[in-house]
Design a protein around this ligand. Structure first.
Ligand SMILES: [Zn+2]
Ligand SMILES: [Zn+2]
Length: 390
C-alpha cells in the first residue's frame, strides 16, 4: 500500500540523488556500441548518510473563539478497511492529526461490513459474528494517545430515497447492525441511542439517477418529521450541493463538509490540501459531549475548497471573531484577517483577498453600507453581508 509515510520518504529522497547507478547504466545502453569496445558505464557514489525523511509538522489552523465557543475542526464521514476503505483506523487517526483536526468519526457502512468485505478479509462468516464497533474500538487507543476526539459512528447505506445516513454518537453499533434490512428501524434504533443523524451526499449522481436533480423528497420529509434528520452534507468528497444551504435554513438543520474518504489521505487530497473538507463545530469545550451538544444546537460551519457555508447567527459571529475591522475614516475601513480561514470581500466588483494576518483597506462610496464576503455563504447564491458603517 502506498501511504503517507512512503510519500514522505520518497519526497525526502527526491533531489538528493540526481543520477543513480541504474540510471547511468540504462543511459549507456542507448549509445550504439559499434565496433568500439563496450565501455563499462560510469558509476556514481551517492552519499546517503545525510539524507533523512523530514517530517511535515501537523497543519496549524488558527481560528479565534467565537462568543465563548471553541471552534473545533472535524470530519464526520470517514471509511476504513472495516467497510470499503483502504486504510486502517489508526492511519485515519494519524491523518486527522496531520491535517489539524480535533475530532473525527469513522463511519463505515453497516451494509458492507462485515458480510461482503470483512468475510473475505477476516473470514467472518455471517452478520451474527459481526462487530460493528470494531473500527471505533481499533482507533480509540491511538486517538486517546494523540488527543484526537473520536465519535462512534456508522453509515446506513440504502438506495435513494432515503440514501445514505450517518449515525453519529451511537452507543452500540451492533444494535443498528441487527436490523439491517429495515432502514426505518435502523434510524429508530440510532435515534433511541441519542444519535445525531446526518443525510449524506444528497446529490450523488449514482443515487439521484440520470437527469435527476437534488430533491428533498417526501421520504426525507417523513424522516425529518420523525426527528431522524439533524444535519445534511453540503459538501462531500469534492462535490458541492449548494441547495442544501437553503434546506438547512428552512428545516433548522446543521451543515456539514465531510471527506467521505475511502483511499489514503494522500491519494484523496494530497498533503494538507485546502480542498480537504472540514466541518467547524462551535463547542463549549474540547470534548465529545460538547461536540454533540453543539451539533444538536446547529452550531456548525462547512468549510471546503475556499468556501464557508453557515447559518445565522454563527457565520456572522465567526466573521466578527476572525476579521478585525478598523475605521480609518468614515469611508475607509481596514480589515485584518487574524484566522486561517479564507476571506475574500467584494465591494462594487472589486475582490479583496485577506490571507491570514493580512490587512487591506476597503474604500466605501457614500451610501454603500454593506461589504459582501464573497466566499462565506448563508444561503444558495447568498453571500454573507456585513455592515460597513460602524
Ligand atoms: Zn455514502
Ligand atoms: Zn460514506
Amino acid at each position: 500500500m502506498y501511504n503517507r509515510r512512503d510519500f514522505l520518504k520518497q519526497s525526502a529522497l527526491l533531489g538528493a540523488a540526481t543520477m543513480l547507478p541504474f540510471q547511468a547504466a540504462s543511459a549507456a545502453k542507448k549509445t550504439p556500441a559499434k565496433k568500439t569496445p563496450v565501455k563499462k558505464p560510469d558509476t556514481y557514489t551517492v552519499n546517503m548518510n545525510h539524507i533523512r525523511a523530514v517530517p511535515i509538522p501537523p497543519r496549524q489552523i488558527i481560528i479565534p473563539d467565537v462568543e465563548g465557543f471553541k471552534v473545533l475542526k472535524g470530519d464526520f464521514h470517514i471509511h476504513t478497511i472495516f467497510s470499503d476503505g483502504n486504510v486502517t483506523p489508526d492511519e485515519r487517526v494519524a491523518d486527522a492529526v496531520q491535517n489539524g483536526l480535533d475530532v473525527i468519526s469513522i463511519t463505515d457502512h453497516f451494509e458492507c461490513s462485515p458480510n461482503i468485505y470483512q468475510s473475505k478479509r477476516w473470514n467472518i462468516a455471517t452478520h451474527k459474528d459481526a462487530n460493528y464497533n470494531i473500527a471505533y474500538e481499533a482507533a480509540k487507543p491511538d486517538a486517546d494517545k494523540q488527543n484526537l476526539l473520536l465519535v462512534r459512528g456508522g453509515e446506513i447505506t440504502k438506495d435513494m430515497p432515503p440514501g445514505h445516513f450517518n449515525t453519529l454518537f451511537t452507543e452500540d453499533n451492533n444494535a443498528i447492525g441487527a436490523v439491517l434490512s429495515d432502514w426505518r428501524k435502523m434510524l429508530q434504533v440510532a435515534a433511541d441511542q441519542g444519535a445525531f443523524l446526518l443525510w449524506n451526499h444528497p446529490g450523488w449522481e449514482a443515487q439521484i439517477g440520470n437527469g435527476g436533480a437534488l430533491r428533498f423528497t417526501e421520504i426525507h420529509e417523513e424522516i425529518y418529521k420523525k426527528g431522524w434528520m439533524h444535519g445534511i452534507e453540503i459538501f462531500n468528497w469534492e462535490e458541492y450541493y449548494p441547495i442544501v444551504s437553503d434546506w438547512c435554513n428552512e428545516h433548522d438543520l446543521a451543515l456539514f463538509a465531510n471527506s467521505d474518504i475511502h483511499p489514503t489521505e494522500l491519494e484523496a487530497y494530497g498533503v494538507q490540501s485546502t480542498l480537504r473538507p472540514i466541518t467547524l463545530v462551535l463547542a463549549k469545550e474540547r470534548s465529545v459531549e460538547s461536540v454533540k451538544e453543539a451539533m444538536f444546537a446547529k452550531r456548525t460551519i462547512a468549510w471546503a475548497d475556499g468556501l464557508l457555508w453557515g447559518r445565522d447567527p454563527w457565520l456572522p459571529a465567526l466573521f466578527k471573531a476572525s476579521v478585525v475591522i478598523k475605521t480609518i475614516t468614515p469611508g475607509v475601513l481596514e480589515l485584518t484577517n487574524i484566522s486561517s480561514l479564507p476571506v475574500s470581500v467584494t465591494m462594487g466588483g472589486a475582490v479583496i483577498e485577506l490571507p491570514k494576518d493580512r490587512s487591506r483597506r476597503v474604500y466605501r462610496a457614500d451610501g454603500v453600507n454593506k461589504i459582501t464576503v464573497a466566499n462565506w455563504m448563508v444561503g444558495m447564491n447568498k453571500p454573507l453581508e456585513i455592515d460597513s458603517v460602524n
